[in-house]
Design a binder for this molecule. Sequence first.
Ligand code: PLP
Ligand code: LYS
Length: 384
Amino acid sequence: MFSKDISGRFESEQTPFYHYDLPLLKQTLSECAEAAASYGFHVHYAMKANFNSRILQLVKDAGFGADCVSGNEVNKAIEIGFSPEKVVFAGVGKSDREITEALNHNIFCFNVESVQELEVINDLALKAGKKARVALRINPNVDAHTHHNITTGLAENKFGINQWELPACAEVLTHAKALWLEGIHFHIGSQITDLNVFKSLCVKVNEIKVWFEERGFNIRVLNVGGGLGIDYYQPDVHSIADFKGYFGIFNQFLERKHGQEVHFELGRALVAACGSLISRVLYVKKGIKKNFLVLDAGMTELMRPALYQAYHKIENISKAENEGLVRYDVVGPICESTDCFGKEVELPESERGDLVAIRTAGAYGEVMASRYNLRDEIRFLYSE
Ligand SMILES: Cc1ncc(COP(=O)(O)O)c(C=O)c1O
Ligand SMILES: N[C@@H](CCCC[NH3+])C(=O)O
């Protein structure tokens, strides 16, 4: 249950807003950093999960790098103070302008997603008089066993370079004057809870690394992406992911030579748990077959349930827990039938004005908000 100490502060606040529990975020970052350091691993925070400035500042202070997926994310990471040496730029469709700006920032590495992109980066780097450090994002065709819409490492997905194109990449890299190959990169999907999936990934990475080494390329960096899943069902029991167990898999199954670095790009597992969307009950609609709880937050503030039928725990934080339970479809005010946070959700009997917390919304929540229906700008509140 959401802490009463915290929720007491919300009564007079204008809703909806995102609440970020910064002490929990700091604890999560420190456990992750410590677990990674124990194996000598490096973590870049996937800032697409949440680029709220307060959060980025804490992530940077905890020593993480930044994994960016647009020129604007690269610029923001630099603005916040991430060292360019710790900034990587990924994405299947980087524009010429974005590439040139990132070159001018002297970022650590571009994660390259096609043979053509490799050629374009070479041309733009030549023009800018720079050398671009690149890693090839390879599609390993490993099933992440997660929601279909957030799977990225299957041959049918748009992401990464297919293995049959590796000889073409090797050819470009051999002749390109402005490219420097740092390593190979993989990211197979998000919200992965079956850790065996990462073992399968390690097997593929080992295989592909050898392919390059046999052809005389030095692979200094093995970037295995992100994707570590979290517990959306019991946010207070498992508020921090098992980073030690996760990194332990890679330590055990990834073959590393002396001097080879292992990089990760975690997003969700670092920031999901610290965020909740706080909303107020506008109306209780009683029906014969159904009761609706109409909130003042909707899919415009948190899109995941509408987009992926994603589960987020919903709590009425104005009422004592588990008293007089009633089933509700918890919906928002947006003119879309998919604007629903949960069906048949058991909650204490609720009334107009009650505060509702939609938990574990710190990743892919605020950043995916939209102004559809000309909604207000998103608001925030932090616990220090
Ligand atoms: C290339 C890349 N790296 C890292 C991430 C971060 O993933 P997650 O938030 O699941 O850790 C993503 C998003 O899925 C991604 O596309
Ligand atoms: N936005 C997705 C994750 C996509 C990650 C980016 N590749 C989610 O909310 O779960």
